[in-house]
Design a protein around this ligand. Sequence first.
Ligand code: ATP
Ligand code: MG
Length: 327
Amino acid sequence: MKRILTGLQPTGCITLGNYIGAIKQMVEYQEKYESFIFVADMHAITVPQDPESLSFNIRNLIAIYLACGIDPKKNTIFIQSENLYHANVSWILECLTPYGELGRMTQFKDKSKKNKSFSAGLYTYPVLMASDILLYDVDYVPTGQDQKQHVELARNIAERVNKKYKENIFKIPEPLIGKHGAKIYDLVNPDKKMSKSSDNPKGVIYLMDDEKTIRKKIMSATTDSEMKVIYDPDNKPGISNLITIYSVLSNKTIKAVEKKFKDSNYGEFKRAVADLVVSVLIPIQEKYNKLIDSKKLDKILDDGRDKTSLMAFEKYDKLKKAVGLHR
Ligand code: ATP
Ligand code: MG
């Protein structure tokens, strides 16, 4: 089985967009790949974080993923900061990475422009990401377009190190650009993507919203005056977005959804979308509530930490010796 690795940022509240665009895909990947999932908490602190919310989010995130169907038997799940070798390997790799190469990372350029007093960690972040990937001999790294350059960097670093020390220390990973998960739009401004960091919560369905809130948000979603449930993203972005949501969550094609609601008015259609979203999210929330304070969650994370620490130690030791860091 080929091996994949996914890092999750423990920031913000998970949205229906994240669920449909990312989590559902990971649930499919676990059948096909040996999968490693970690909470990228050390990445999160490259920008300022409130300690209390960060700590809450770390645990919260894993509980949500498990509740959404990530199976701890099929995935190795751990918290980055609990495995000490990520930072150690990252330091050695930083010393083997030209300064200029990191300055070319577009995400760094964007984020440093937005915040004038950015940290040095924001600059070296992609090398930490390279160690995350290279520690576990992964075959693929599932990536969106925004992270593709960082996976390229990890490849470059791995190739350079292997060549320099004339040893196959690192496996060269490939980016895995998945078949596109559907993109979900904001319910109030359907021209813009639904985002965790949106400033208007009315347009965003959070996985932990209660039933009443979910229904209210969907019933007030922006539509148009045509009163026809037809998929036409350019002219009817609001209705098309609701059709997409219905289609993904019911495993029906867009065509089949149009057909099912061809005689419905918008109120009826929205009620059906709300019923479906509620029927998917409520069971997830019930599982989440059972997990969040459970020993089971701790056991999964302890096991993940122990297993990956052993694996990572071996890689670290090999690299350390190659570089000459030994007696
Ligand atoms: P932020 O506003 O902080 O960027 P976000 O909601 O965009 O948050 P990310 O952490 O950037 O979430 O992305 C997590 C995953 O969710 C990524 O794989 C991303 O492609 C996916 N994703 C995010 N928003 C959507 C969306 N509206 N529709 C589909 N997939 C999405
Ligand atoms: Mg985003």
